[in-house]
Design a protein around this ligand. Structure first.
Ligand SMILES: Cc1ncc(COP(=O)(O)O)c(C=O)c1O
Length: 424
């Protein structure tokens, strides 16, 4: 039988073996499903390294000082952190939970940036207890609170100020954050007063400004406009232009260009803040999305106008289609060489009509028991997983060189029931 060409959405280290099975990181997907069950998030380690390396090299090529801080919200997994921390990336966290995962992942506290538009007392305890290197101040109220905490701790806390640049990210509304009416950051007209307030606190050191215009961006156009908008606020040693580079979710759809993105951000930083400014970028999705492939088992196939192929997961392991109307593709993982001639909707098992993973899929005569792969699920899949309908959250399995290891194990019924007090 002819070997098919694999879709562009799969990790580079993907192939088809003699049995016509999908092979990820040298591991047969059928064996992975047998060993770890489905649904399962498979993460190809070489893809993570390659993406991180591209960001680092692209930054080095600009000749500017700078750091890449992994936005760990995209895939908060210790083993993923270990890969990135060992390569010299820093980390962006938004909660005590992400902070703990980052620390276990080997990030030095001084390389961690703590975000959040609603920092709790517990968050502040964590920031000072763990000596987090940099805190992004989100609003005027935080200035005196964080300054007092720093004084109490006897430290001068380095901070950035998150500014709402009044620029809408070139993306969908739910993940655009830079527009004027936003829950994130300080509006441009208010920023000078907040900057002054921070500078008047002797326990705070204002290192610079931060902005993040949104996610799943195709280019740096909106970032450059946002950089221009905040530049008049003053000269600082650091500028953080956020994350947001998009990826291609469908076969043939363009993947955000890492080199162009970094070069574009660097050019905007140099133009508006000077060539000596230290550039911080905090990509999440672009580092981890393409490394992830979710494996599902088909439970039901039915024709109700559309052909519905229902699998053993859904919005409990991938909320993005329901939350954002995101489109995914699906392919057979156990009969990759068979002609995918049945147009179908790959849907989940949950009690919502919106629980649809790939609405315009084509699979080879799908039937119960088939193994299906959904690529580009490394970002905001595991991160947003939930227990809807009592689902057990899937494992994260790392694969490389034909070896597989569990980074996060599958939830158990005991995990699910552990928080119930009745009868415990
Ligand atoms: C402040 C901040 N930085 C970085 C990111 C990462 O975005 P992305 O995964 O699109 O790169 C986000 C995403 O929500 C964010 O809010």
């Amino acid at each position: 039988m002819e070997t098919r060409t694999l879709p562009s959405t799969l990790p580079a280290d993907s192939s088809i073996n003699e049995q016509g099975h999908l092979v990820l990181g040298g591991c047969d997907a059928v064996d992975l499903a047998r060993e770890f069950g489905t649904p399962a998030y498979v993460m190809v380690e070489s893809e993570l390294r390659e993406r991180a390396d591209r960001f680092l090299k692209a930054l080095a090529a600009t000749g500017m000082k700078g750091t890449i801080k992994y936005a760990s919200k995209a895939c908060p997994v210790v083993e993923v952190g270990k890969i990135f921390s060992s390569m010299g990336l820093g980390c962006d966290v938004t909660s005590g939970g992400e902070l703990r995962i980052a620390l276990l992942g080997g990030f030095a506290p001084e390389d961690i940036l703590f975000h959040g538009n609603a920092k709790s007392e517990a968050d502040l305890n964590d920031i000072f207890e763990h000596k987090v290197g940099l805190v992004a101040i989100d609003n005027a109220d935080e200035v005196a609170t964080i300054a007092a905490r720093a004084r109490e701790a006897g430290v001068i806390q380095k901070v950035l100020l998150r500014v709402t640049p009044g620029v809408t990210g070139d993306t969908i509304a739910a993940i655009s954050t830079g527009q004027e009416d936003s829950k994130f950051g300080v509006n441009l007209p208010d920023a000078p007063a907040v900057i002054k307030a921070i500078q008047s606190e002797d326990s705070l050191e204002l290192r610079g400004l931060h902005l993040h215009v949104g996610s799943q961006l195709g280019d740096t156009g909106s970032i450059a406009r946002a950089a221009a908008a905040i530049a008049p606020l003053g000269d600082f040693p650091v500028v953080n232009l956020g994350g947001g580079l998009g990826v291609g979710y469908l076969d043939g759809s363009p993947d955000g260009d890492i080199e162009e993105f970094v070069a574009g951000a660097a050019a905007a930083a140099a133009e508006h803040f000077g060539p000596d400014v230290e550039l911080m970028l905090e990509p999440g999705r672009a580092l981890v999305a393409t490394a992830g492939v979710t494996l599902y088992t088909v439970e039901t196939v039915k024709s109700n106008v559309s052909t519905y192929v229902a699998v053993d997961g859904g919005i409990s392991d991938n909320l993005r289609p329901l939350a954002y109307g995101s489109a995914y593709m699906a392919l057979s993982a156990d009969r990759v060489n068979d002609q995918p001639d049945t147009p179908c909707r790959v849907v989940g098992k949950h009690c919502e009509s919106g629980d649809q993973i790939a609405t315009e899929a084509s699979l080879p005569a799908p039937k119960r028991g088939d193994l299906v792969a959904v690529p580009v699920t490394g970002a905001y899949g595991h991160a947003m997983a939930n227990n809807y309908n009592g689902a057990l959250r899937p494992p994260v399995v790392m694969v490389e060189g034909g070896k597989a290891r569990v980074a996060v194990r599958r939830e158990t019924w005991d995990d699910l029931l552990a928080r119930e007090t009745a009868g415990n």
